[in-house]
Design a protein around this ligand. Structure first.
Ligand SMILES: C[S@@+](CC[C@H](N)C(=O)[O-])C[C@H]1O[C@@H](n2cnc3c(N)ncnc32)[C@H](O)[C@@H]1O
Length: 213
């Protein structure tokens, strides 16, 4: 009985992945805001714990950080606390409905201590910041959603400080999930240096160092 149940769950997962992956190959669009609840759910955090994203990305106290594609804010509050009051987190998304979900999360009583987050509606192609503004730019389950990756990477390169870090995290449940090698190839092509690869096949983070392009 247990084996049958596991096989059924596995079958549903594989079917879901095949259909969605096929659709996403030809049809690129930002994740719809109704998935915000899933993205910020407890179950998701078991699969992709915020503290792991923070430590693997090298996010630390006092840093100036940009989160591209913050979605409903699954990582925003934890990162804001990790950088502390002397740090600043710009949480950016192209979708206003996602940003509204982050705003209402920040308004909850338990998050009233957080005062260092700026919400920004913009595209990764035109980041509304001056050059060399950030210590770290991070993206979780976002990079593959951006059709013109080279354009976005050039913008990221511009806004990163000279010793800045780009951190890209992916997890297998995302229908856009790419292999580590795919992510590394794409990012290196635009002139970033590979720093650290951490995590596993299902859930990984890769950091890159800024290089002049
Ligand atoms: C799958 S969601 C992930 C959200 C969040 N990072 C998380 O892991 O919960 C991808 C997010 O990237 C945003 N996004 C997609 N393309 C974008 C772009 N070109 N510029 C900025 N944000 C973008 C979407 O609106 C969406 O909120």
């Amino acid at each position: 009985m247990i084996i049958q149940s596991v096989l059924v769950i596995l079958g549903i997962f594989v079917f879901y992945q095949l259909i969605l992956r096929l659709a996403r190959r030809y049809w690129k669009f930002p994740a719809p805001s109704f998935i915000g609840k899933f993205l910020d759910s407890k179950q998701r955090k078991v699969m992709q714990p915020p503290e792991k994203i923070i430590s693997r990305s090298g996010i630390d106290k006092g840093m100036t950080v940009l989160e591209i594609g913050c979605g409903s804010g699954a990582f925003t509050t934890d990162v804001a606390r990790a950088i502390g009051n002397k740090g600043i987190l710009s949480a950016l998304d192209i979708e206003i409905k996602m940003l509204k979900q982050v705003a209402s999360k920040l308004n909850r009583i338990e998050n009233k201590d957080i005062k260092n987050v700026k919400l920004v509606q913009a595209s990764a192609y035109t980041l509304p910041f001056s050059k060399e503004s950030f210590d770290i730019v991070y993206m979780v389950a976002v990079f593959q959603e951006i059709p013109n990756k080279e354009k976005a990477l050039k913008e990221i390169n511009r806004v990163l400080k000279n010793n800045g870090i780009l951190s890209i995290s992916e997890f297998i449940v995302d229908p856009d999930y790419p292999l580590k090698s795919t992510t590394i190839k794409m990012v290196q092509r635009t002139g970033f240096n590979l720093n650290i690869v951490s995590g596993n096949f299902f859930n990984y983070t890769i950091t890159f160092g800024k290089n002049k392009v």
